[in-house]
Design a protein around this ligand. Structure first.
Ligand code: ACO
Length: 431
């Protein structure tokens, strides 16, 4: 029998359909709520609101489960495919056949350059411009160069747009760093794989090619894979929100970059390192940080801790912690910030404030230490997150656009302002 939820209001009883997901999670369908009852739901921050049905990523935040298209995240740690393969999986819904992956990889190679005219845009930014601002602006600017990709009606058109974005974000990211340092742009190398090519564009010099260390390349590949999608988070929801107006894929992903920038979301990877550096400089002790994070009224938060969905360990943080240890050991790097991070984690995990609120290390807690070891500059950390997350944004946008029932996202509000009142001419205002 079809399950229903009962709502009793003003003496009347309403039955609302219950939806069950493939993993048994339940939702009350309130799409008819307002038309039947005159009421709307109220859920600031949307913590109880399912905005869509999605088949891309599954998370069980209580158990610390994360799966891409059904595949547990831990399997990407042991088998470690190429990031491009994972991107294809996330976007198109199944693992690619050999020739499909090859076809997509060839497209990435072909589209790695950016239009010569776009290169001049970098000169318009001040040297101090945050790379996330440049990234968002440049992704939006890309749309000007491919107006034919505004309407993605066929599979081929969509694949073309996705490949252009995934390939060019890497070039734009590397060039934004190079222009901030006054360094010449290094063109993409047709023989290098996705991560190696990025490292080459970041660190090679015309007279001194960067030697790609496979350990660094693999670590970057893993970081990108672990960031590739995370269902309806702030940036993915932003991409859907913007895309719901039928804005093009480039504009929607540019908005996703802006949403990711904030320190409560992707920007936390930078904030974690800044916090660890403060402790390292002696401005605080790890104990001070834990105390301040717990203090009522103190806005300080333990960055890299807590998550809207995970109330137990974020499985990505466990994988990253292990990978971080291995990377530092292989590169023979002794990073004092890692010791500080371990100390903070130890203090927080034995403190009931954190455990009772379900505050555990999230993906950003260890990713920054790994990126430091790869010599990625601090202000590029959230850009790296964007590169990893792009396949997820593209998949979320596609899923919404492919759904014939999808409509423009337009929440309602409970108005809490002034009642109707008259306009007062300037000379009569007595305040
Ligand atoms: N340090 C100290 N206290 C915290 C922390 C933290 N990192 N995170 C949450 N809390 C506390 C809040 O103060 C609040 O306490 P209260 O109930 O006494 O008022 C309670 O835990 C719930 O916090 P909310 O902010 O309501 O939880 P929400 O789900 O809205 O926020 C978030 C989740 C934004 C991730 C939060 O945990 C946070 O700010 N963490 C630090 C920033 C961070 O690491 N962000 C990256 C998240 S992963 C990602 O986006 C890629």
């Amino acid at each position: 029998m079809e399950e229903k939820a009962k709502l009793i209001m003003e003496g009347r009883e309403y039955e609302l359909p219950v939806i069950t997901g493939t993993e048994g999670e339940k939702a009350i369908d309130i799409t008819q709520l307002r038309s039947r009852t005159g009421y709307i739901s109220y859920d600031p921050g949307f913590a109880n609101t399912g905005s869509c049905k999605s088949a891309i990523t599954y998370i069980d935040g209580e158990k610390g489960v994360l799966r891409y298209r059904g595949i547990p995240i831990e399997q990407f740690d042991t088998k470690i495919p190429n990031f491009v393969e994972v991107a294809w999986l996330i976007i198109f819904g199944r693992l690619p056949k050999k020739e499909e992956l090859q076809h997509f990889s060839e497209k990435l190679t072909r589209h790695a350059h950016i239009h010569e005219a776009l290169k001049y845009h970098f000169e318009g930014f001040p040297i101090t411009a945050p790379p996330m601002a440049i990234l968002s602006a440049m992704i939006n600017a890309l749309s000007c160069f491919y107006p034919e990709l505004f309407e993605l009606e066929t599979h081929e058109q969509f694949e073309e747009a996705a490949a252009r974005l995934i390939s060019k974000i890497r070039t734009i990211a590397a060039y934004s760093y190079r222009s901030s340092k006054g360094l010449p742009f290094i063109p993409p190398h047709p023989k290098l794989r996705y991560c190696a090519n990025f490292l080459h564009m970041m660190f090679s010099m015309p007279y001194d090619l960067y030697e790609i260390d496979p350990v660094v390349e693999d670590a970057l590949n893993l970081v990108f894979i672990l960031h590739a999608d995370h269902e309806q988070n702030c940036s993915a929801s932003t991409v859907r929100m913007v895309g719901s107006s039928r804005a093009n894929l480039f504009a929607s992903c540019a908005a996703g970059v802006c949403a990711l920038w904030g320190p409560l979301h992707g920007g936390a990877n930078t904030a974690v390192i800044e916090m660890l550096e403060q402790i390292h400089k002696g401005n605080y002790t790890p104990e001070d940080c834990v105390r301040m994070a717990k203090e009522k009224g103190n806005p300080f938060r333990l960055m890299g801790f807590g998550h809207r969905v995970y109330k137990y360990f974020d499985p990505r943080s466990r994988i990253l912690k292990k990978a971080c240890d291995k990377l530092l050991a292989t590169l023979k790097i002794k990073d004092p910030l890692l010791d500080i991070a371990l100390k903070l984690e130890e203090l927080a995990l034995k403190d009931s404030y954190f455990t009772e609120k379900g505050l555990y290390p999230n993906v950003d807690f260890y990713s920054g230490i790994m990126m430091r070891a790869m010599r990625i500059p601090l202000n590029m950390f959230t850009v790296m997150f964007s590169m990893g997350r792009l396949p997820g944004w593209i998949a979320q946008w596609k899923e919404m656009n492919d759904d014939p029932r999808s409509k423009i996202w337009r929440p309602r509000q409970v108005y809490a302002g002034e009642k109707e009142r008259d306009y007062i001419p300037m000379e009569k205002r007595q305040y």
